[in-house]
Write a protein that binds this ligand. Structure first.
Ligand SMILES: Cc1cc2nc3c(=O)[nH]c(=O)nc-3n(C[C@H](O)[C@H](O)[C@H](O)COP(=O)(O)OP(=O)(O)OC[C@H]3O[C@@H](n4cnc5c(N)ncnc54)[C@H](O)[C@@H]3O)c2cc1C
Length: 313
């Protein structure tokens, strides 16, 4: 075990047992901690022996043409190109990648971001919302929680700043025409992996899969990626219903013409009307808060769906 010194980077903080959701995530918060410890120990060794001028963090612009943009066990540094507020508490961050390079994610995969809060490292997982195909940059959509640790770091990001990332992570795998219908159950920033899936399907002329998004938000103005959702709705195989838990029953005049809105939460009844008694070959993808995901799984089980019919990001 490495000796601690004031010249060495802060040691990663071990997650509490209560930080684990118990859902068997890959990687789990404890896997991330083990890997952070390994990187920390390597970084300490490097600083002590000064045997490597480039260290564990490499600037993605300087990482050479042959290296992939991402590494699972070594942080790469990417530059923030722009910050745009999306709603009152969520913003989009565009990050630069070396020219001609994509992140190298497969659909639905995510990355780990490391930031420093009062010099203590904080790591969290984020799923880029840009298509996995896009080159030269990628986009993140991040909600800022008033008391969130990483939120305190993210809200200070501005153009020209550098951020440490590693990856890719995630076990989801999607194959073209894998099923006839994909039902996407998302809440809030849970739209992030769904946006990759939607782009993969609607952008592929050989896809015959239909995608139905059931998107839970508090109000109409909390809907994330609305411009993209409107654009994707013009494809024959994509449609969305917004479940607004804090909107009044009266359809608001400011809704876009044609928007399908359900006033209330995603309930057993709504799910039953959407996917009860379906005969076609379908798969349900779920992403949102822990409570939302647990509720959705309960509802799906009540509808008689077996576990191979749904996937939780
Ligand atoms: C695979 C994966 C992908 C993810 N992708 C994204 C993404 O693209 N965009 C994004 O914004 N987030 C995403 N997250 C969530 C993200 O990793 C962090 O958990 C989130 O940003 C909060 O981190 P924090 O350090 O600011 O808050 P923390 O310090 O971890 O939490 C502090 C407090 O914030 C509140 N809080 C935190 N998270 C939630 C939540 N999900 N729901 C309700 N309250 C909460 C709670 O009050 C909590 O007590 C993803 C998570 C996973 C596992």
């Amino acid at each position: 075990m490495m000796a601690e010194s004031t010249d060495l980077p802060e040691k990663p903080v071990k997650p509490l047992d209560s930080d684990c959701c118990g859902n068997g995530c890959v990687p789990c918060v404890f896997d991330i901690y083990d890997e952070e410890m390994r990187i920390w120990e390597q970084e300490c060794l490097r600083l002590q022996h000064k045997d490597n001028e480039h260290g564990n963090v490499s600037d993605s612009e300087d990482s050479g043409n042959e290296e992939p943009a991402l590494s699972k066990d070594k942080y790469r540094r990417v530059e923030v190109i722009s910050v745009t507020m999306e709603t009152k508490d969520s913003a989009r961050y565009r990050m630069r990648l070396p020219r001609g390079k994509s992140l190298g994610l497969s659909t639905g995969q995510h990355i780990i971001i490391r930031g420093y809060l009062d010099s203590t490292p904080v790591t969290r997982q984020y799923t880029p919302i840009s298509s996995v195909e896009v080159k030269g940059y990628f986009d993140l959509l991040i909600k800022i929680y008033p008391k969130g640790q990483m939120s305190q770091v993210v809200k200070t990001w501005k153009e020209g700043e550098y951020v440490d990332i590693r990856g890719p992570f995630g076990t989801f795998s999607y194959k073209r025409n894998q099923c006839q219908t994909l039902y996407l159950l998302a809440a809030g920033t849970g739209i992030a992996p769904m946006s990759q899936v939607i782009q993969a399907v609607v952008g592929d002329e050989d896809e015959e899969t239909r995608v139905r998004l059931i998107y839970a938000c508090r109000t109409y103005s909390d809907i994330l990626m609305k411009d993209e959702l409107d654009a994707w709705s013009s494809f024959w195989n994509f449609s969305v219903i917004y479940a607004l838990s804090q909107e009044s029953d009266e359809p608001s005049r400011c809704y876009r013409y044609g928007d399908q809105v359900h006033a209330g939460r995603v309930s057993d009844t709504l799910l039953d009307s959407e996917l009860g008694n379906r005969k076609e070959n379908f798969l349900v993808l779920i992403c949102g808060t822990k409570t939302f995901e647990a509720d959705m799984i309960d509802h799906l089980k009540t509808l008689g769906l077996s576990e191979d019919k749904f996937f939780r990001f």
